[in-house]
Design a protein around this ligand. Structure first.
Ligand SMILES: O=C(O)CCC(=O)C(=O)O
Length: 408
């Protein structure tokens, strides 16, 4: 029997779990926070806001890795307290925004309370808007897919030498055994077609559906040419605002808006139901990491970099160009010296400076246009550059080797 969903906005708000948390916050000297949180729990909205601000300051008091985990849980708790007031006042949008911030920035301790508060509010808010259950369909407006479809048009926007070297091998309905023997153990990339029988293939093209399940939710996006450029910035916007920017083809003077490398499916469970973890991700017996979403218009660029994990990049909607270089030629790609950027290359493939980076000019690479419904296996530490050729929604599945440390 499953336990009944406990009320995330329960009274008294300070149950055992939250009282224990307050004790831990006192232990690290957060007496002022404890004071205002207790007052908030007895019905004072201003105190709830003050608690949230205090926790927010702690989250920004130094580098992210040095923030004490207890302050991340304190932030989640304050978000729950603040959201309870907005919910009580019938301001569902504001309540959702606050709870999403708790999910994005907060700790794990009160995650199930945040999730159930979001479920509760979404149900009420959909009922207020006259929308049926998540699957109830209306006449769907479809994601506009300004595709660059012919090769000459595609080549115009791609880095020089694209599609002229070695095209990544493509295999249809590859079995797990074939994947293991021919690619995973050999450390070779492969494009796999006919393998994505997911509800997301149709649902994520339907704007009404996306608006209904995610429209009022707050998500972090990147704005700018790419994360290595000086004018690049991050913003928090609602999923509806992101859809509007994508649909209007609005690329600001700085560059397109990209929801990139965000664990969206931990945040919005209805979208998680639309996808399946490919069996290939169990190769090697390692641990699957949080799934990341990549959603944006044509023209988003993820510059040349590598990751320590195995990766299946699943192309759910639209198409992308991907270029790959093996790990063995890393030095010829001039990685940045700073440790934060040491997995990124200084070589800008879209505007290759041959004088500054001569060794990169004639390097062999593999590339492909990853079409809708295909998956690309990228072995660990392989350098990759990715450019979207249309509106594009992809999911990346990263997993570690059973043999390597879980942190890698
Ligand atoms: O799709 C993209 O823009 C980048 C994907 C990527 O870098 C990854 O999956 O590791």
């Amino acid at each position: 029997m499953t336990a009944p969903d406990r009320d995330p906005f329960e009274t008294p708000t300070l149950n055992n779990e939250r009282s224990n948390l307050l004790q831990k916050i006192s232990d690290v000297g957060g007496y002022a926070y404890v004071n205002v949180a207790v007052q908030a729990a007895s019905g004072d909205f201003r105190s709830a806001e003050a608690a949230r601000e205090m926790a927010w300051e702690q989250l920004h008091s130094g580098p992210w890795h040095s923030v004490l985990p207890v302050w991340r849980d304190a932030y989640s708790m304050a978000c729950l307290l603040v959201a309870a007031f907005h919910y009580g006042a019938g301001d569902f949008k504001e309540a959702l925004k606050v709870l999403d911030m708790g999910l994005i920035m907060g700790g794990l301790l009160l995650r199930s309370d945040l999730d159930s508060a979001i479920r509760k509010i979404s149900t009420k808010s959909n009922a207020a808007k006259g929308l049926d259950a998540v699957d109830g369909r209306r006449n769907g407006e479809v994601i506009s897919n300004c595709q660059r479809s012919n090769e000459a048009e595609v080549l115009q926007v791609l880095p020089i030498r694209s599609l002229s070297c070695k095209i990544v091998e493509k295999r249809s309905s590859l079995s797990l055994e074939e994947f293991l023997c021919d690619y995973f153990l050999a450390g070779s990339p492969v494009v796999i077609s006919n393998c994505m029988n997911w509800p997301a293939r149709t649902k994520w093209k339907d704007l009404d559906y996306l608006k209904r399940v995610a429209g009022d939710r707050t998500v972090p996006v990147e704005v700018g040419k790419n994360y290595l450029c000086s004018e690049w910035k991050q913003e928090l916007i609602t999923f509806s605002q992101l859809l509007e920017r994508i649909q209007s083809g609005d690329s600001t003077s700085v560059g397109p808006t990209y929801l990139a490398q965000h664990p969206l499916f931990d945040q919005i469970s209805d979208l998680r139901k639309d996808i399946l973890v490919p069996d290939y991700c169990y190769a090697g017996g390692g641990e699957l990491r949080p799934l990341n979403a990549w959603f944006g218009p044509a023209g988003t660029v993820t510059p040349l970099h590598h990751d320590p994990h195995h990766n299946i990049l699943a192309q759910v909607v639209g198409r992308k160009y991907v270029r790959l270089y093996p790990a063995s030629i890393s030095e010829d790609l001039y990685p940045y010296d700073e440790s934060m950027l040491s997995n990124s290359s200084q070589v800008e493939l879209d505007d290759l400076d041959e004088k500054q980076f001569p060794k990169a000019v004639d390097l062999d690479f593999m590339d492909c246009v990853l079409e809708e419904g295909e998956m690309l296996y990228i072995p660990p530490k392989w350098w990759h550059y990715v450019r979207s050729l249309s509106t594009s929604f992809s999911v990346s599945f990263w997993w570690s080797d059973g043999s390597s440390s879980p942190a890698s």
